[in-house]
Design a protein around this ligand. Sequence first.
Ligand code: UTP
Length: 292
Amino acid sequence: MIRPIRKAVFPVGGLGTRFLPATKAMPKEMLPVVDKPLIQYAVEEARAAGIEEFIFVTGRGKQAIEDHFDRSYELEDVLRERDKRDLLDLINSWMPAAGQVSYTRQMEPLGLGHAVRCAKALVGDEPFAVLLADDLILAKEACLAQMVEAYNNVGGNIIAAMDVPPEHTKRYGVIKPGKNSDRMVEVTGLVEKPAPAEAPSNTAVIGRYILQPSVFHHLDNTQRGAGGEMQLTDALAKMIGEGPFHGLRFDGERYDCGDKIGFLHANIAFALARPDMNKDLSVILRDISKTL
Ligand code: UTP
């Protein structure tokens, strides 16, 4: 039986050191792409995929995320007084309902695997999704919705996959492929950040996962790996053979917003995709390109 995906985990406990000083007192996940924080894109994507419960694994200095997913009565009063109905709709339309959001603290940023493990009690014994807000995806159909669709056909574990230039394998977890079609690739092995010569393919893992709850058992038995952190990839590797395990080459463009250049790229791409900004920004970009 394929059980539905109702819950999503958002690990937001990382330190975001690549974005210092911006992230000294502000969570990386609150950095805006155009006019929306990264974490809101992730929550909207999860909602578009039918998620009903939103679980945040936070850490020190991340209160702004909790405030963002709460009502702001003062602001709402002012907008109402000024008759700014459109802005009122804008801040309330995407908000999860009361009781749909829960938070737990990672306490120490010991890695992505550790962050996911912290959600164990809140997830319980059911399959769930994990979304990393700093992997931002521009797509016609939400990436997680594409994954849920695939999951409803094959079940098991599904991870978002993307073919990358062979020289970039060192930046990603990389899939050892079994049966391979246009969109779906069977996962027969996973290697974290291999050098091009050691990489089993050039199909990389992106920060969207649909996982069976047995991942918690493996995380409980996972030691700290590369960089002294508990790697999610190490636990995923242990799940191979337990049941179906696939990578989905999703339709869409992914931007690494944990990295400064990827973040700038995302801002330009998302602004260009907006009818209200496309024209003005195109003029600016054309002018800049003449000076290069
Ligand atoms: P990153 O690998 O980008 O790490 O995390 P980071 O600490 O946020 O950033 P840098 O490398 O220091 O700049 C990917 C995702 O996993 C979460 C992060 O919040 C981010 O959403 N994460 C990472 C945790 O929740 N806890 C951790 O211990 C590490």
